[in-house]
Design a protein around this ligand. Structure first.
Ligand SMILES: *Cc1c(COP(=O)(O)O)cnc(C)c1O
Length: 494
């Protein structure tokens, strides 16, 4: 299997090159030239997450030997890396819905599912390319990605990682998670500015010839861990296959029986992985795309118009506060029959005019595959409370957006197909929002007090990895001006 670009369907590169490069020179994203089918997937019922991952990843990454894949997978998901034995457990709420928990990794959010394995794949890709340069990963983060990338790259040989975060733009818990990060190859630095400042600074450094030369002289080259890398997408297909196996195994659906998935969506990576799983033969019926008040995707799936010229809102589900969902480009490329010129014209329109509109036949396909909806912060809070009262199940705000959209979907359509709600963060990452949803209070105060209160009020367990931050020494206190970011990068090389 080879890879092409969404903006050049004649390009052919190997899977390890796609992961190493991250993004194509033509600006497009890498996608496989064909979608492999999962034959005899029912034979996997009862197998472990690692075995399921081996099965799925081997189909997409032919450059990796079985032994190499096993090593990467074991390193990422084996040996208590995840606090749940099954890595991504499915919890049944009732006959109609269950929850797929993707937050048992080191950072308590779903980014771990991909960022635990990406660094290991990347190191193997470097070996395969026979370039003896080492990699410096630069990340600008608004919260979850930075910490997950730090945990993923921590002590991975031949790599270093430097994360910039906006000093006033991340939650207290997220900041604590980052500035106490362990590992000999990591560095974390605050920026005196907002997320945009951090991101544009990183972009500038990536493209600076001087910085490139400085890196080259030290034997390094830049890479990024952002969510358009195929190496982040492909590990996410695994948990949809694994969910199907669990639903059959626990008797919720019959072998081959269908189920819907409902995904809290931002950059469109998670739900795109579900689309690929469906294409590979997993009997997913509807892909339900859930947005918060930044409902650019809801509008797109309803009208075929993607319009980024709109107000940006800060919500209580911050990891979904996004106006341009990068991975959508892969879906449109697929639905257009790999029409690279068409994709190019759409994305030219998006950058020149701020919007594009897909043609009718694609809109029809979108409507038959997807359902969609959005949830306001009030609805999200209400749904956290209702779900806790009804089922005794505690959700974080991102998951609650999905739950709210699912409830509206079921009411509107009468569709009672079993639905998997995809849960992307532990409620303990957002204790203030969750507490105020439960009791209407304002939920302010010391973060660890709030966590303790949440646990007492709901009789649920605090994830040890968050609780232990209390006593961890702070390692990275630096906050620099955005004009001083280059110096941080250079200091990293020493
Ligand atoms: C990143 C993230 C999302 C959005 O996922 P996408 O793949 O970008 O659509 C949702 N919830 C949480 C908690 C996240 O960290």
């Amino acid at each position: 299997m080879l890879y092409q670009s969404t903006r050049n369907n004649k390009l052919r590169i190997r899977s390890y090159e796609a992961i190493l490069k991250g993004i194509s020179d033509d600006g497009g994203l890498f996608v496989p030239t064909e979608t492999p089918l999962l034959e005899n997937v029912d034979n996997l019922i009862g197998s472990s997450y690692c075995d399921c991952a081996k099965f799925v990843l081997s189909k997409f990454l032919p450059d990796f030997s079985a032994k190499e894949l096993s090593a990467c997978i074991r390193g990422a998901y084996g040996d208590l890396k995840f606090e749940s034995e099954s890595v991504a457990p499915v919890r049944l709420l009732d006959r109609q819905q269950s929850v797929l928990e993707l937050w048992h990794g080191p950072t308590c959010a779903f980014k771990d599912m991909a960022l635990q394995i990406l660094p290991r794949l990347l190191v193997k890709c470097m070996e395969k390319s026979q370039c003896d340069q080492k990699i410096l990963i630069l990340v600008a983060t608004s919260g979850d990605t930075g910490k997950a990338a730090l945990e993923g790259f921590k002590d991975v040989k031949n790599t270093k990682i430097l994360v910039f975060y906006p000093s006033d733009g991340v939650s207290k818990m997220q900041k604590l998670q980052m500035i106490t990060q362990e590992g000999s190859n990591v560095r974390v630095c605050g920026i005196d500015g907002n997320f945009d400042d951090a991101q544009s600074g990183v972009k500038r450094i990536f493209n600076s010839p001087d910085m490139k030369k400085a890196l080259d002289d030290s034997g390094y080259s830049f890479s990024s861990a952002n969510s358009i890398n195929w190496g982040r997408l492909v590990p996410q297909i695994v948990y949809y296959v694994y969910s199907y196996l669990q639903l059959v195994d626990n008797g919720t659906i019959r072998p081959g029986g269908g189920f819907n998935v409902c995904v809290p969506t931002g950059n469109f990576g998670n739900i795109l992985a579900a689309y690929y799983a469906k294409k590979m033969g997993i009997p997913i019926k509807k892909l339900i795309c859930a947005s918060n008040r930044n409902d650019v995707l809801t509008e797109f799936l309803n009208t075929g118009v993607y319009n980024k010229r709109r107000e940006f809102y800060n919500t209580i589900s911050p990891s979904m506060d996004i106006l341009v969902s990068s991975n959508l480009e892969r879906l449109i490329f697929d639905l257009s029959g790999y029409d690279d010129e068409y994709v190019q014209s759409l994305y030219k329109s998006l950058s020149n005019r701020g919007y594009f509109e897909v043609h009718g036949s694609i809109l029809d396909r979108l409507r038959s595959l997807f359902a969609c909806g959005s949830s306001t912060d009030d609805e999200t809070r209400q749904t956290i409370r209702n779900t806790f009262v009804e089922f005794g199940y505690l959700m974080d705000p991102h998951t609650s957006v999905a739950e709210n959209v699912y409830r509206k979907y079921r009411n509107d359509t009468g569709d009672i197909t079993h639905t998997l709600i995809v849960s992307t963060a532990s409620p303990y990452k957002f204790p203030a929002s969750v507490l105020s949803a439960l009791d209407g209070g304002i939920g302010s105060g010391d973060e660890f007090e709030l966590i303790r209160e949440l646990s007492a009020e709901t009789d649920t367990d605090i994830p040890a990895r968050l609780w232990s931050l209390r006593n961890k020494p702070v390692r990275f206190e630096r906050v620099v001006k955005k004009t001083d970011m280059d110096a941080e990068v250079l200091a990293c090389l020493r």
